[in-house]
Unconditional design. Structure first.
Length: 107
């Protein structure tokens, strides 16, 4: 068997996400306990966002993400991995989808 033999490759895991993600890399802000902190939005979907953060957050923590002129999106921390967190939005997915369209059109 060679190193590139498919039999040696780990099985691929299907993506079970409900909404398609879009890489955006835009500046944002997180509201936590009345304090705004800068963050970077790595990717975004109608259901949530992957964020690069400076603060310390815990799964289950309620936050509000602000993306410039696109608006504010409340959510709950789903996971934490080093300097990145997953934020699951608690707002209407249609509202977030509009923000995605605005980011795609205007950056």
């Amino acid at each position: 068997m060679t190193p590139n033999d498919p039999a040696q490759s780990p099985p691929s895991c299907p993506d079970h996400r409900e909404y398609a993600r879009r890489a955006v890399l835009v500046a944002g802000r997180l509201l936590c306990d009345g304090v705004w902190q800068a963050c970077e939005v790595v990717n975004l979907s109608a259901g949530g966002a992957r964020l690069r953060v400076l603060g310390i957050y815990c799964p289950g923590q309620e936050l509000c993400l602000e993306i410039g002129p696109c608006g504010q999106f409340p959510g709950v921390v789903a996971w934490v991995r080093g300097e990145e967190i997953g934020l699951r939005f608690s707002c209407d997915p249609a509202e977030t989808a509009e923000a995605l369209i605005a980011l795609a059109m205007h950056g």
